[in-house]
Design a protein around this ligand. Structure first.
Ligand SMILES: [Zn+2]
Length: 401
């Protein structure tokens, strides 16, 4: 059922059995799951996509179907967006709109494998610290699997996210301060094995759910990889996992190429982009609030170094966007294409536009931009628009304008 063979260290390359390990026993490095390429080579790509991510079970580290959990996640549309492309100066642009997942974000893909892995390793409790979206996703799939979700979510999370988590789990607390301050304490608690790790720092089983985005894009483009894929980068899970998915497809002989990864960060949390573009090491920073809550990470820890290495090895690109730029492109996306995405999901758009304007991505490149979050979870001020008295003349006047 699963082609997973071992865990491999991202630092020292040593291999380890498929146990519940969050760090390399030899050097402490982060681990990822390795798969049998011969088995991947025999998979019938072209007829695997949807419904849900489990048609790709062979490429996920959950061998026993009894441990699977699903709410119909994945199978999200790859939408050609010609008007948005023209506004950016591109000829070929698609959006992978993961806001259409059951909890409204790409986090569903990894919450599924996190909760399935918790079952696999005999846990009946899963914990997560989140700025909002991961909390919702972990709590949803834990509820579905009938295991307890212990959730810490930021007190600055949007009201829709807070209400959503509160409905999903009774074990819910909010925290003040930023994600970075709490994540170290959370990881130490995880090491005592009181709960299964639903966090984004280390768990290789959780991360692999996000590989499915690459497989879907590959199938939706007619068994071709795009030239570039743009990812929002908070902890970097999506970029690491999806790019590994594309590399597996290439190594197994399905895809002719691997897309160049593009990292999109907030200008208040731009540690990867800064290191990539200036050539130095990644330097952690203390950050302020950004409306793009999902990328509000100033200290990515060891995972940040891994993301930076992946980007450099692949000749990757990166840029950062301000909150104002995110809002501008969020509204342009709505008006031009009818797609309502949240700020974290939209941060890829101003970043892509900037890289095209700088000549770093050519007009004829085939670009997939991940839009990772629905706009329906955002907490927005009521817009400042005119209010009219409800009389026939005024209504007719408006309709004729
Ligand atoms: Zn190691």
């Amino acid at each position: 059922m699963s082609a997973a063979t071992s865990l491999r260290c991202s630092d020292c390359a040593s291999t380890h059995p498929l146990d519940y390990l969050l760090a390399c026993p030899d050097c402490g490095g982060l681990l990822f799951v390795e798969y049998d390429l011969d088995r991947i080579a025999r998979m019938p790509f072209g007829s695997l996509a949807g419904p849900g991510i489990w048609p790709y079970a062979e490429l996920l580290p959950i061998p026993d179907p009894a441990h699977q959990v699903t709410l119909g996640e994945g199978s999200t549309p790859l939408i050609a967006v010609p008007r948005l492309a023209a506004a950016m100066g591109l000829d070929n642009l698609w959006l992978k709109f993961d806001g259409l997942n059951p909890t409204g974000t790409v986090k569903d893909r990894s919450a599924v494998t996190a909760v399935a892995a918790a079952r696999q390793f005999g846990f009946d409790r899963i914990g997560v610290v989140s700025t909002g979206n991961a909390a919702t996703a972990i709590a949803a799939y834990a509820a579905r699997a009938d295991i307890r979700a212990l959730v810490l979510s930021s007190a600055t999370s949007s009201r829709p996210k807070v209400s959503h988590v509160n409905a999903l789990t009774a074990d819910f607390m909010m925290y003040r301060g930023n994600y970075d301050d709490l994540i170290g304490a959370f990881d130490r608690a995880i090491d005592s094995r009181v709960v299964f790790d639903g966090g984004a720092s280390r768990n290789p089983y959780k991360q692999d759910g996000k590989k499915t985005l690459a497989y879907e894009v590959f199938e939706q483009l007619g068994l071709q990889a795009p030239d570039y894929v743009v990812y929002p980068v908070g902890m970097g899970e999506l970029l690491l996992a999806s790019q590994r998915g594309f590399r597996e497809l290439h190594a197994a002989g399905h895809a002719d190429s691997v897309p160049v990864p593009v990292a999109a960060q907030s200008s208040i949390a731009d540690t990867i982009v800064k290191a990539l573009n200036e050539g130095g090491p990644r330097v952690s920073i203390s950050i302020d609030y950004t409306i793009a809550e999902g990328v509000a990470v100033g200290d990515m820890g060891a995972k940040g170094d891994w993301v930076l290495r992946d980007l450099r090895d692949a000749g990757g690109l990166g840029a950062a966007a301000s909150d104002d730029e995110v809002v501008e492109w969020q509204n342009r996306l709505a008006r031009l294409e009818g797609i309502w995405a949240g700020p974290t999901g939209c941060i890829t758009l101003p970043v892509l536009a900037a890289l095209v304007a700088q000549g770093k991505i050519a007009r004829d490149a085939r670009v997939v931009c991940t839009v990772s979050e629905t706009g329906l979870k955002s907490d927005l001020e009521p817009p400042d628009i005119p209010i009219i008295e409800a009389n026939e003349a005024a209504i007719l006047d408006f309709l004729q304008s």
